[in-house]
Structure formats: C-alpha cells, structure tokens
Design a protein around this ligand. Structure first.
Ligand code: HEM
Length: 201
C-alpha cells in the first residue's frame, strides 16, 4: 500500500504539472525563450542539467513556481478530519468532521498576489533577479500532513523541465492554442491538447 500510495500521489501530480507548464509555455513564448536563454548561458547544449544548476537558473525556478501557483493542481488538497471538537472563528467543528482546506483560496487570492489570474513568473523574483520565498505559496499544502513528496516533486520538475526546454522548442500546431481552462478530477488538469516539439539540437 505504501508503494502504491507513492506511485499514485507521485506520478499524476508531477505529470499534470509538466503538462500545465507546456500549456503556459505555448501561451507565453517569451517566458520559454527567457528560460531557454538562461539554460544556454549556464549549461549550454553539451551536458545534461543537474540539481547543482538550480541556483543558477532563477527564471526556470520562478516559472515552475508560477505554474504550481496558477495551475493549482490540488485546489482542495486532501480531505482531513478534526481529532477532537474544535472552536474556530465562532464555528464548532465536531470531532471527526471532514475538513476540506481550499488551497486555491490562498494561491489565487488577489490580496496576496495582486493579479492572480495572470501567469507572471517574475512575481517570484526580486529586483536582483533572485527567487523570493512566499509564505502564501502552498501548492503542497502545509502543516504536519504537508505533501510527503514535495522535495522529490520539486527535483523532478526542475530536471525534467530544464532538460525539455534545453532540447526542444515547444510550439502550437497550426496555431491551435491549448485551453487555459482545466478539468477537475483527481487533480486539476489541462484538457487534451496538441503540441509540437522542435529539436533545438
Ligand atoms: C507537483 C507535484 C505535487 C503536488 C502539487 C502535490 C500536492 C500534494 C497535496 C496538496 C497534498 C495534500 C496535503 C494535505 O493533506 O494537506 C499531498 C499529499 C501527499 N503527497 Fe503530494 N504532491 C505532489 C507530488 C508528490 C510526489 C512526487 C509524491 C511522492 C513521491 C507525493 C506524495 C504524497 C503523499 C504520500 C501525500 C499524503 C501525505 C500525508 O497524508 O501525510 N506527492 N500532495
């Protein structure tokens, strides 16, 4: 069961985030070019990216963070339950009541992000181009039951996406743009779309 949990929780989530990244790269070719140029400058085409490169690629990192925020693949996290009666803001949550925490109320909060509907990786960069850590960035939830695979997911996303952008340019097919509206199922995932990967090397 433990191995099955890791596979189920670990494959759909990361694959869906990669698919959303491709959708947003098609809609924002300037973001794709910025990431490609950064990868070219720091890694080039002769070797594969490694985790050691992460700190040198703030634009790639900011793009991944913005996809995780905007695509919001687990908007309602996982259901929880209270272990004893809890009073909160005048409400009583009786023992064992199911509690569904809406992560998207934070990830898409206009008071926090200003323009949450816009895909804008720069919001995660400071004036010196360094990645900013934001307390409200909670796509992996928070607290004791925070996603157990967060660090693995961050590593996978960095290595897969850096390699993909290094090697291919992603473009629409016959001008068909994928929809930015997702489908809610196990995760919030993009609708099926076609895409062309043009080799860079
Ligand atoms: C982009 C990728 C991922 C996202 C956005 C994500 C998000 C989440 C979220 C929102 C939760 C619910 C936390 C809560 O109950 O409050 C969760 C739980 C969990 N995730 Fe992930 N996850 C990702 C990748 C992974 C990977 C790669 C693994 C394992 C290899 C994994 C394993 C788990 C497990 C086992 C739980 C349940 C933890 C518990 O209940 O204690 N996840 N994840």
């Amino acid at each position: 069961m433990v191995v099955a949990d890791l596979f189920i929780a670990g494959t759909e989530t990361t694959a869906t985030t990669i698919r959303w990244t491709l959708v947003y790269l098609l809609h924002n070719p300037e973001v794709q070019e910025k990431c490609f140029r950064e990868i070219q400058e720091h890694i080039g085409q002769r070797r594969r990216p490694s985790m050691k490169d992460k700190s040198s690629l703030p634009n790639v990192e900011a793009t991944i963070l913005e996809v995780l925020r905007r695509a919001d693949i687990g908007p309602a996290s996982l259901p929880h339950a209270v272990s004893h009666d809890v009073q909160f803001r005048g409400y009583t949550f009786p023992k064992e009541a199911t509690v569904i925490v809406m992560l998207d109320s934070v990830l898409q909060d206009p008071d926090v992000w200003g323009d949450p509907d816009n895909f804008r990786p720069d919001r995660f960069l400071d004036d010196n181009g360094k990645v900013i850590k934001k307390e409200e960035f909670i796509p992996f939830s928070l607290g004791r039951r925070v996603c157990l695979g967060e660090s693995m997911a961050r590593m996978e996303l960095f290595l897969f996406l850096t390699t993909m952008i290094q090697r291919s340019k992603f473009v629409p097919v016959d001008g068909q743009m994928p929809s930015l509206d997702g489908v809610i199922g196990l995760t919030h995932s993009p609708k099926p779309f076609v895409i062309k990967a043009v080799p860079r090397i």
